[in-house]
Design a protein around this ligand. Structure first.
Ligand code: FES
Length: 128
């Protein structure tokens, strides 16, 4: 039997958990892809933590060839505002407006993710 994905507000949910493939944690990737999109959660917890300002900061940055969209809950509620860049699959956490400006400049324009704002659940960093 094949597993299949069900999309739910940006989260991928397996319909058969017993068939979940073994995966490595996704690593941020840089891309020069012309079709990137920044999803900024505008759901309850993130809104309470200022995601409306975060969304506006990304919109004001007006990075060429990058769409900015409000999204529903991205499943990272207690470390929001949550931002997800696709198709890079780069996830940021606790993104405030000043962080959005840095992400727009350094990552979206410069191709280098902002390490200190990478979601540690999705992009674990080990310093031994
Ligand atoms: S409320 Fe924003 S990630 Fe859930």
């Amino acid at each position: 039997m094949r597993s299949r994905f069900v999309h739910n507000g940006g989260m991928e949910i397996f319909s058969k958990t017993s068939q979940m493939p073994e995966t490595q944690p996704p690593q941020p990737q840089t891309t020069s892809d012309q079709s990137r999109c920044v999803l900024v959660c505008q759901h309850q917890s993130c809104l309470r933590n200022g995601s409306e300002g975060t969304l506006k900061a990304f919109e004001d940055a007006d990075v060429p060839n990058v769409k900015v969209e409000a999204s529903g809950c991205l499943g990272q509620c207690n470390i929001g505002p949550t931002v997800r860049v696709i198709p890079d699959e780069t996830w940021y956490y606790r993104v405030q407006p000043e962080d959005a400006k840095a992400i727009a400049t350094q990552h979206l324009q410069g191709g280098k993710p902002v390490q200190e704002k990478l979601n540690p659940r999705i992009h674990p960093q080990f310093n031994f």
